[in-house]
Design a protein around this ligand. Structure first.
Ligand code: ADP
Length: 229
């Protein structure tokens, strides 16, 4: 495993409604480094700021202060255009709910981010089939999200997140909506896929058993990350 840094957060602070009576100091100085191929669990109670942190790490939001680097590039000073491109090419997101487009098939849902990045239909289709196959849902390629189980929907959501071969996966309670047995199976598929592709991942989860299977665990507590293992 290379020791190249894929994600580096330094001194990240974020306050909502600063100076107002309803001020919330969500992040009070976050430091985190993810190396290439590293899969890190982030454990935190609801409301602790997991989504805020994942959105900042994935360039969907900006911190009040602090540095966000992806692949060694400092994004704190980059233009919106550069941030948008990096978000499309280098980062994949998975949420608790699949957010697949209901009117498109599984295959099309995995093809769309590739087409948006200028990949040809033939290549996008071939890659979509390949990734769907790797997580065991190739036979559902023509199904729309409504015609799939929760576990299958979430596997397809992983495939969509990985469609453009990002270097970083950010997952917010990716199995939180599934029963324990399905959650375990879907999580195992995700881990295998991440290992095969050398992806780095930051996975927020309440599930301590799944957290223990990742490379390391951090806890988000009172706005800072502490090592938890
Ligand atoms: P988690 O994902 O851990 O549940 P969030 O990052 O969504 O936590 O939110 C952390 C805290 O910040 C919560 O108290 C939430 O109410 C508050 N918060 C989140 N987004 C906003 C916002 N846009 N404006 C004001 N407060 C917010």
């Amino acid at each position: 495993m290379s020791s190249q840094s894929v994600l580096s957060l330094k001194g990240i602070k974020k306050t909502y409604n600063a100076g107002k009576p309803n001020e919330v100091k969500v992040l009070r100085g976050i430091d985190l480094e993810l190396k290439e191929g590293e899969i890190v669990a982030m454990v935190a109670p609801s409301g602790a700021g997991k989504s805020t942190l994942l959105h900042i790490a994935g360039l969907l939001d900006t911190p009040d202060t602090g540095l966000v680097e992806i692949g060694g590039e400092n994004f704190s000073r980059q233009s919106d255009r550069r941030r948008t491109r990096a978000r499309r090419e280098d980062v994949g997101f998975v949420y608790q709910f699949h957010h697949l487009l209901p009117e498109f098939s599984a295959l099309e849902n995995v093809m769309l981010p590739q087409l948006a990045n200028g990949v040809s239909r033939t290549s996008a289709k071939a890659r979509a089939f390949d990734i769907l196959g790797r997580v065991g849902v190739a036979e559902r390629a023509d199904h729309r999200p409504a015609d799939m189980s929760g576990g299958e929907q979430q596997r397809v959501a992983f495939c969509r997140a990985l469609a453009n071969a990002p270097r970083l996966l950010l997952a917010d309670e990716p199995t939180g909506n599934l029963d324990p047995t399905t959650a375990e199976k879907v999580f195992t598929s995700l881990m295998e896929l991440a290992r095969e592709t050398g992806l780095s991942a930051l996975v927020a989860t309440h599930n301590l058993e799944l957290a223990a299977r990742m490379d390391r665990q951090v806890k988000l507590e009172e706005g800072v990350l502490v090592t938890a293992d």
